[in-house]
Structures are given as C-alpha cells and as structure tokens.
Ligand binder design. Structure first.
Ligand code: 2P0
Length: 328
C-alpha cells in the first residue's frame, strides 16, 4: 500500500541542545518551537515484498550511505513495532532549499514516521508518533503538531516520557517568520555531532541543563499571555545561551558568520525603535526573525537588499502533520 504524508518544518524558540541518552536520542533539555507553514516535506512510503532492501530517494536523488543507514534503521523500528519485515520504497521531497538552515530532518522524520507507520498498518496516537519521530531526530518530535509546541524532557530510562505536545494551534497567534539566508554552504559540524561534543566538553553544560526549565516556563507564559516582548526576550536569551554553550566547547563551535552578527544587531535596533521583532539562530549562520502579521512587510523591507543576505523566505504558523489523500 502506498501512503503519502506531509509535515512542516519548525523553528525552536527555546532551544534543544544536548542529549541525556545518545543511543535512544533523548534530549537533555525540553524545547519550544513554532511550526511553519509553506516549508514542508512530503513523503511517500510503499511496502513491497519483492524488495530485499529499502529503496530511498530524497529530493529526486539517492542519499549518502550514512543517510540511508539512518533512515533504514528508523524504518527498522517501525517494522519491529508492526511485527512485519517487508522492505519499503520511500520517496521524500522538501519544498524548501537545503542550506536554508531549516533542519530537513525535523519535517523529514515526522513525515516518514506518519507515512511509514500507516504503510505498515499501524495507527499510533500523536504521542506515540512523536516518540517514534524523536528516535529519528529530536526536533522531528515537534513537527507533528501545528502552532506552538513543547518538547518535554523526560526522566524515564526508556524515553517513554520524552515527547512533544501542542501548546496552542496555528490559529492562536498570527506571528510570521522571516528566514534570512546569509550562506548556503553546508555546515561543517552537524547539530547531532555539535551537541554531543558540547555536552562532553563544555564546562557550562550542566548550567544549561539546570536553567532550561525556567526558560521553558517563561516562554510558555509569554505564549499564553500573547506577550510579544516577553517572548522576544526569552527566545533571544535561549538562542544566545545555546550559542554561548557551543562556543564554550573544546574546541569551540562557531556557527555564525559576520552577517549573522550584523543582522542580530539590526533586529535589536529595530526592536529598540518600537518594531515588534526578535531573532533566533540555529546551528548555522541564517537568522530567523519573528514579527507580527501587521509588521511583516515593514520588517521584510528592512532586510531586502541587505548585502549580507542572499535570500529571504517568509512563513506563517503551520498546521499538524497529516496523511495526504488523493483529494489533497
Ligand atoms: C532546535 N536544533 O531546538 C535545535 C537548535 C538545532 C539548534 O534541534 O541529533 O537535528 O537529530 O536529535 O533534531 C537540530 O537537532 O538533532 C536542533 P538530533 P536535530 O531546533
């Protein structure tokens, strides 16, 4: 049976960085994200008894051996849940450019978990799907849900309490994200490698873990109150703290370039001048700017033509991941 699923990318406002268990991929800290519309992965999964290996195509190409291994091992988890052993044909396509600083692993593993479980005849609930996707990629656990999402840092040994849940849906607060692309070069240190390296070598890692619950609570409160200024403060704090942590690893990890810093300064200048806007930066040099729907054109105007920006993507808040039927 062929099943098609669609999941959206997400951006964390309170960041995930570090694992409490590498093998089970359990995050060391909780996180809060917003799901983005416009930026999607569509994945088709078809079981086929005649296949001896999984056939995987991403964006029209065969991925690297390392990627195939990661995806096949994830499919193996679905097979063992379903007590089935036939292999699958997987075809996945992102509608956003790689190098956009948007982890395609988030929407990718969320779409694969949804289509894959259905293709093997399973019907897991959203919490089970989130736990499954987390095993593929931590941020993927968040991409099942639309709107504002919390990833919970669990305490159990097996990760049964490490899953994401929705705080508010996509219609709750009309925020917009501008993704300012400063470089399309592939990053030298992946998030997975970078966060493991940081947790082993930064003297500040425990302080990061210890202070994360407070950041989560503040961000949730800001979302409940629709307090933009508060959300701006806590999001910038979490972002800068994550990068300070990465910088304090041995050797330090620098994900930014000169334009990243220029743009961060511009965002702070704009906010000081009364424009509702704040920045966040992930494990790369792109700057993501959040603003309200009323200000999105004005904010875009501030950055259009900026010499440090090669491209600007705009997104609103996106919906839950879903199975696509013929009529979609
Ligand atoms: C986040 N990032 O919260 C943080 C901020 C990047 C910087 O989640 O190892 O690709 O697959 O669980 O999900 C990217 O990390 O890492 C990420 P794995 P993932 O969005």
């Amino acid at each position: 049976m062929e099943i098609k699923a669609k999941a959206n990318a997400n951006i964390a406002l309170v960041k995930y960085w570090g694992k409490r268990d590498e093998k089970l991929n359990l995050p060391a800290v909780g996180s809060i994200s917003v799901t983005l519309d416009q930026l999607t992965t569509i994945t088709t999964v078809e079981t086929d008894e005649s296949l001896t290996e999984d056939e995987i195509i991403i964006n029209g190409k065969t991925p690297t051996d390392k990627e195939i291994l990661r995806i096949s091992s994830f499919l193996g988890k679905i097979r063992s849940m379903a007590h089935r052993d036939e292999k699958v044909r997987v075809s996945s396509r992102n509608n956003f450019p790689t190098g956009a600083g948007l982890a395609s692993s988030a929407s990718g593993f969320a779409a694969l978990a949804l289509a894959g479980t259905k293709a093997y005849g399973l019907d897991p609930d959203p919490q089970e799907l989130s736990i499954l996707a987390r095993k593929g990629s931590g941020s993927a656990a968040r991409s099942f849900f639309g709107g504002f999402v919390e990833m919970i840092r669990g305490y159990s040994e097996d990760g049964i309490d490490d899953f994401a849940m929705q705080i508010a849906d996509e219609n709750y607060w009309d925020l917009k994200a501008l993704i300012l692309i400063t470089s399309e070069e592939k990053k030298k240190v992946s998030s997975t490698t970078g966060m493991i390296h940081t947790s082993f070598t930064s003297p500040y890692f425990q302080a990061w873990v210890d202070s994360s619950d407070e950041d989560i609570q503040e961000a949730k409160f800001a979302i409940y109150e629709k307090d933009f200024e508060k959300l701006a403060e806590i999001s910038e704090l979490s972002c800068l703290k994550m990068h300070a942590l990465a910088l304090s690893a041995k050797p330090g990890l620098i994900y930014w370039n000169g334009s990243t810093i220029d743009l961060i300064n511009e965002v702070r200048r704009g906010r000081a001048n009364g424009i509702p806007m704040f920045f966040t930066v992930d494990a790369g040099p792109q700057v993501k700017v959040f603003t309200t729907a009323a200000y999105v054109e004005k904010v875009k105007g501030l950055f259009e033509g900026h010499p440090g920006i090669t491209k600007i993507l705009t997104a609103g808040i996106g919906p839950d991941a879903k199975i696509l039927r013929d009529e979609d």
